[in-house]
Design a protein around this ligand. Structure first.
Ligand code: N01
Length: 535
């Protein structure tokens, strides 16, 4: 493919699909590229057993088409991956998005041609396309990562990564399976694998907090109730933007019994909402410790073997500072006779061998190996593309000390390039669908404004970007988040700069709207390559 379009959109997950739709509706010519052979992004790749949404599905749906909302019927409170992928396919068909997407095509580079104010985009299929704008809808968790364990490629049997699971599924019947990693993906898949396999050995480096999903089928009454509160929900998500944190005053004014009572109530409801039992869990260490103690108690009550229970209790980070997990029968699974927990804090993995995982004190034979070891989050996928902006400046260089993006939407030095839910925006600590919609709408409005006013170039101002990045850090530093070695901090990748990446302050949407209303304050706009002026 060659030629020119107004915009290239990279990725056909929920961000890319809506971006393509909105750009087409606004009259822009657009080409999408997607590495997979279908739409759905994270829900296309993460097909591991037990993969399921941890946001209630009624709220994990696009809101931009009320007809779509009304005609789609989720079957469970937390939909499983196949149902979410079916939804993504339904959207692609209903809105005729597929003709705009080149599937099984990976974007390799995007170089900005300053003389033409256009990007030259190339792919692994030899495409070379010119585009005024590039939108990276590449997802926050889309580069799966295998850890650099000695012998990692020496295993003789099949190996799988939860983030790139075979489409045809995996039958573990009769097998001894080793699972490395106990984040959300491990916690969701281990119970399912244990039901099928002969034996499962779980290699846990960091114990994790997990709350039962208490998943249920969705009833007509649930749907009716949803529609009753829908206007309020829409008003909330279109409002100024909620922050992440909250004030512990109410919790601290309550008695310990009252606090516990509320933890019980929220535990009973289930899901990540447990962290909202009291405002301030994520900012006040004493309150956080009470919540963490409560979860540790629950683990102790559930897991019968006391040593296993103790090993499963997280002590090394405040609750919520790593993504809280939502599970179905996770801790119960350790009561099965065919499941063994290996605590890597006591006996670290030394090597992977042809038929086993060897730790400092034992060798665990395995027929199959599952890596539930996460992603190079938020930056890995973008940095894998050779992105060169004005003056040949590379994204790699710009982000050498950690990701910097104004509002998480644009990077100084990379004109006319936008990121959907990039670092410095609420992204992974918000409902992703809501945040995607807000970014897509902001970007399309921006392109419309430029078209209307004859601008051909927009770039984030470097100083304004620095101030935003500092603000993002200051807000995070007021919470307990930086205390965890989490992927939010880049801590899961050796050598990755430790920067807290999502924005957790309040008023984010209002800030974006104010920036736009002021003629894109903090951005430089130009009509000709030579005519750059601050907005
Ligand atoms: O990945 P993770 P994930 N040796 O990075 C361990 C979203 N998601 O795929 O913590 C041994 O959280 C690592 O140990 P440690 C969600 O946002 C959502 O599970 O680094 N172990 C950890 O236990 C989530 O947060 C859903 O000490 C090693 C695990 O691997 C994000 O995706 C479902 C290791 C990685 O956990 C990522 O989740 C699934 C090593 N060398 C995912 N290296 C929903 O429910 C790493 N580990 C919607």
């Amino acid at each position: 493919m060659a030629g020119e379009v107004d915009a290239v959109v990279v990725g056909a997950g929920f961000g890319g699909m809506y971006m393509l739709y909105k750009l087409r509706e606004a009259g822009f010519s657009v080409q999408g590229f997607e590495a997979g052979d279908g739409v759905g992004g994270t829900w296309y790749w993460n097909r591991y057993p037990g993969a399921r949404c941890d946001v209630p599905s009624l709220f994990y749906s696009y809101t931009w088409s009320e007809e779509l909302q009304k005609e789609w019927r989720w079957t469970e409170k937390y939909a499983a991956q196949p149902e979410i992928l079916t939804y993504a396919n339904h959207v692609a068909d209903r809105f005729d998005l597929r003709p705009m997407i080149a599937f099984e095509t990976r974007v390799l580079s995007a170089h900005f041609d300053e003389a033409a104010d256009r990007w030259r985009v190339t792919t692994d299929r030899g495409d070379e396309l010119m585009a005024r704008f590039v939108v990276m809808a590449t997802g926050c968790l889309s580069t799966p990562r295998k850890p650099p364990i000695p012998g990692v490629d020496d295993f003789a049997g099949p190996t799988y990564h939860t983030g790139a699971w075979p489409h045809e599924g995996v039958d573990f019947t009769g097998q001894r399976v080793a699972v490395i990693g106990t984040g959300s993906s491990g916690i969701q898949s281990i119970p399912q694998i244990a039901r099928q396999a002969d034996h499962v050995t779980v290699f846990q480096r960091t114990a994790n907090y997990s709350v039962p999903a208490n998943n249920t089928p969705l009833t007509d009454k649930d749907i009716e109730d949803f529609w009753k509160m829908y206007p309020g929900y829409i008003a909330m998500i279109k409002g100024p933007g909620l922050g992440f944190g909250g004030n512990p005053a109410n919790a601290l004014a309550a008695t310990p019994e009252e606090r516990r009572q509320r933890f019980e109530e929220f535990w009973g409801v289930g899901g990540a909402g447990f962290l909202a039992a009291w405002g301030g869990i994520i900012t006040d260490l004493d309150l956080n410790t009470e919540a963490a103690d409560f979860v540790r108690e629950k683990i102790g009550e559930t897991v019968k073997d006391p040593d296993t229970a103790e090993a499963l209790k997280p002590y090394d980070h405040p609750i919520g500072t790593k993504r809280i997990c939502v599970d179905i029968d996770y801790f119960e699974t350790y009561n099965r006779p065919n499941v063994t927990l290996v605590n890597l804090k006591e006996t670290p993995i030394e090597a992977i061998e042809a038929h086993a995982v060897r730790t400092s004190d034992a060798t665990y034979e395995a027929d199959a190996l599952v890596f539930a070891t996460g992603f190079d989050a938020m930056t890995g996928t973008l940095l894998a593309i050779d992105i060169r902006g004005a003056g040949g400046a590379t994204l790699k260089h710009a982000w050498a000390e950690g990701p910097k993006a104004y509002l998480g939407l644009a990077v100084a030095g990379l004109p006319n390039l936008f990121i959907v839910t990039g670092p410095g925006s609420p992204s992974v600590l918000s409902n992703m669908i809501n945040s995607i919609e807000q970014h897509v709408e902001w970007i399309v409005d921006c392109l419309g404004y430029m078209r209307e006013h004859g601008f051909t170039r927009i770039a984030a101002d470097a100083q304004t970007q620095e101030e935003w990045v500092a603000h993002v850090r200051r807000v995070a530093d007021k919470t307990l988040f930086p205390r965890a070695a989490s992927w939010y901090m880049g801590a899961n990748i050796p050598g990755k700069p430790r920067v807290f990446m999502p924005y957790i302050g309040s008023g984010y949407r209002k800030k974006c709207a104010d920036v736009a209303a002021a003629g894109y304050e903090g951005f430089e706009l130009a009509k000709e390559p030579a005519d750059v002026h601050a907005a």
